[in-house]
Design a protein around this ligand. Structure first.
Ligand code: ATP
Ligand code: MG
Length: 394
């Protein structure tokens, strides 16, 4: 049976109204759809673009009914929306990716077990249910390790890097303090990666998959800072990444737009760091550099349309604007010069409040020569670092 296609003119629902929800809303509007945004944060940027907004808590039963009756299909902008809510909505409307897929992803431990259990390569890991067991687990996994909260972490929040066993006892109280009822943690071997990579893949209801080019990422203080597209790596790495991306979303039977974060180790070994069931910060270059952006593919998947093959129209280098960077770029003459070059695209998320470590926008530099795009991004990045003094100043 051919799946039902949701036609332009229809209303789509998105849970979460941050920049990813806002960029989804724009992409949907470009293709003739209207979007209803549900985010309890009244200041969330997507509310200003929405055809209609809900700002009630995600537990509000009346809004569940109203939201479901207003939209033809539902998606979400990040994995920390309640899976139960997706499952409730799913009884009435397609939710893509499904609540079941969200459940197998949103808890880091469940996700790693799923991946390892299906033979996908991940760093060594062990579950932690009582922070008092941390010393034993650190010994078991082997230093250096990273201890991460199993749920609700992002941008490196809720993570502790442990380089030697003697560092563990002083950390136990802060790990303990992060505990919510029923909270678990995952203790992961800290792998000696040469590079961090990521790859986006979209899968339609008919099972067809397309992948975007593999890209290289650099992080600062646990937050993504730069992305370079395409990644130029030894032969076989891009194919390996693509095979993993296809394999993982097929194995999950996922419908939607996904991103795999990867570690490239010596000898071209590729491990999966994590899977996101949604557009990803490292895919923002697609807005300016691809024939179809990651958000447009998300719209297609949500509407039951097959994914469209993607062309990279130009090499690209993206730099995130974090915290006060958004003010620096307005005052700094060198930033202004770089932003004025042809091929520089500024995206300001319009967040009302600037906070440390908050993603406020990004800039993409396009150039025919990948090295030129990269150099411009590096110059721009250096200016931002000079202005804040040190990466810790984020
Ligand atoms: P984001 O929101 O940026 O995806 P996150 O909070 O979900 O971050 P992770 O992706 O697990 O957290 O970790 C953030 C960064 O910390 C990684 O991109 C990587 O730089 C580093 N990191 C995490 N796990 C490991 C590991 N096992 N070995 C080495 N580095 C790691
Ligand atoms: Mg990550």
């Amino acid at each position: 049976m051919t799946p039902t296609v949701i036609e332009p003119g229809s209303v789509l629902g998105v849970l979460g109204g941050g920049q990813l929800g806002a960029l989804f809303t724009r992409a949907a509007a470009k293709h003739g759809y209207r979007v209803v945004v549900w985010d309890p944060d009244r200041d969330a940027p997507a509310h200003r673009l929405a055809a209609h907004s809900f700002t009630t808590p995600f537990t509000d039963r009346e809004t569940v009914t109203r939201f479901a009756s207003t939209v033809s299909a539902v998606t979400y902008e990040w994995e920390n929306v309640p899976a139960e809510l997706c499952e409730q909505l799913e009884r009435q409307r397609p939710v893509r990716p499904s609540g079941g897929v969200l459940r197998s992803i949103q808890n880091r431990l469940v996700q790693k077990r799923f991946l390892a259990g299906h033979g996908f390569p991940v760093p060594r890991f062990a579950p932690l249910t009582d922070p008092n067991d941390l010393p034993d687990l650190v010994r078991e996994v082997g230093c250096p390790v990273i201890c991460k909260t199993a749920m609700a972490g992002y941008d490196g929040k809720g993570q502790w890097r442990i380089d030697e066993p003697s560092a563990v006892p002083p950390l136990v109280p802060s790990v303990q303090a992060s505990a919510l009822p029923g909270m678990q943690w995952i203790v992961e071997a800290c792998v000696p990666f040469e590079r961090e990579l990521s790859i986006l893949a979209a899968r339609g209801v008919d099972g067809e998959v397309i992948v975007f080019p593999l890209v290289e990422n650099e992080h600062e203080q646990g937050i993504l800072r730069t992305t370079l597209a395409p990644a130029l790596l030894p032969s076989g790495v891009a194919e390996r990444a693509e095979t993993l991306a296809r394999g993982v979303i097929e194995c999950m039977d996922g419908v939607g737009l996904f991103c795999l974060e990867l570690f490239l180790l010596p000898d071209a070994v590729v491990l999966i760091n994590e899977v996101a069931p949604r557009p990803h910060n490292s895919g923002h270059y697609t807005l300016d550099a691809c024939s179809l952006s990651q958000f447009e593919q998300q719209v297609r998947a949500v509407c039951g349309l097959p994914p469209e093959p993607v062309r990279l129209l130009s090499p690209a280098a993206m730099v995130n604007l974090i915290g006060k960077d958004i003010e620096t770029i307005k005052q700094d003459a060198e930033c202004q010069r770089l932003l004025g070059l042809p091929g520089a695209y500024l995206h300001d998320y319009g967040k009302r409040e600037t906070r440390p470590r908050r993603k406020m926008g990004h800039v993409t530099f396009l150039a025919e020569d990948r090295n030129i795009a990269r150099e411009r991004a590096e110059q721009f990045h250096r200016r931002l670092l000079d202005a804040i003094g040190h990466p810790d100043g984020l």
